[in-house]
Design a protein around this ligand. Structure first.
Ligand code: FE2
Length: 286
């Protein structure tokens, strides 16, 4: 069953081709290393904390203490806790872009991002994204949502913006489509082991993009989940530099420079390849 993330991204191409099954098996071989030493799997503890913390509407928002506790637990989660084996960069079949002939390059560009559903309810979604090298989830938003992201292995470039408040909307010169001003919140490479990143409805980088520097995996907790009929639709964007020309605004020397960008809404990118894999970690006991 497809997750809410995927259902709201209706144009994302979900690849379920049998010929790629071998890759899924390779990436997500179940391990029992940590499970044997725990009375309750860490992912079950995480689930129970989420049940205590989140509501279906996102109100009242989670307390800072609850967020601290969730981050503290997430900080300790490693690949084995969720049934993952660390991908060896030498085995990566992602689309690295150096030193490839054209045929190789075409084959590698075909490698998708794999999505694993761990658990979903009305209040939150727990899932994993597994990225081949240089794969990208482009800028997208999380309206009225809080999202926790924990890099489980590998390196991932995170770039994130928040909307400027009050909203500043301009028309681009030429084609005249609307662009909206956003402020840069995060622009860094996260390399495991590292702490948990959190974005909030209006801060922390609610609009973000992920680019895999190496093969990597991210455990995400989203609350509340994407739900289009509740106004929580996933929308994709492209970012333009602050100097991008807009109508009635030729002078861009007002000091905002690199900290700001104009975001334009786009349809789900055609090259966003995502497929569903099978979660093989400890099953959640609701
Ligand atoms: Fe996201």
């Amino acid at each position: 069953m497809l997750s809410t993330f995927q259902r709201t991204s209706v144009n994302v191409r979900i690849l379920l081709r049998n010929k790629n099954r071998a890759l899924v098996t390779h990436c997500f071989t179940r391990t029992h290393v940590n499970m044997a030493n725990q009375s309750s799997p860490k992912v079950q503890t995480l689930y129970e904390l989420c049940r205590k913390t989140f509501t279906p509407t996102g109100t009242p928002p989670a307390s800072s203490q609850a967020i601290y506790e969730l981050c503290s637990l997430l900080d300790t989660v490693d690949p084995a806790d969720v049934g993952l084996k660390i991908e060896n960069p030498d085995d990566d079949q992602g689309h690295g872009f150096f030193g490839l002939d054209q045929l190789n390059q075409a084959a590698r560009w075909a490698q998708p991002i794999t999505y694993l559903d761990i658990y979903e309810c009305n209040s939150f979604t727990m899932c994993i994204f597994c990225f081949p090298t240089s794969s990208v989830i482009p800028f997208h938003d999380h309206p009225r949502m809080t999202v926790f992201s924990k890099v489980l292995y590998g390196s991932l470039h995170l770039k994130a913006y928040d909307w400027v408040d009050p909203p500043s909307i301009q028309q681009s010169k030429g084609k005249g489509y609307p662009v909206r001003l956003a402020k840069l919140a995060v622009d860094k490479v996260l390399t495991a082991p590292c702490g948990t990143s959190v974005l909030y409805p209006n801060s922390g980088g609610n609009l973000h993009s992920f680019t895999a520097v190496t093969p990597c995996a991210v455990l995400d907790i989203l609350s509340p989940p994407y739900r289009e009929d509740a106004g929580r639709k996933c929308t994709y964007y492209i970012d333009y530099p602050y100097s991008y020309p807009t109508r009635g605004r030729d002078e861009n020397n007002d000091g905002k420079g690199e900290d700001y960008a104009w975001l334009a809404e786009i349809k789900t990118p055609d090259d966003l390849y995502m497929r569903q894999g099978t979660y093989t970690g400890p099953a959640i006991q609701p």
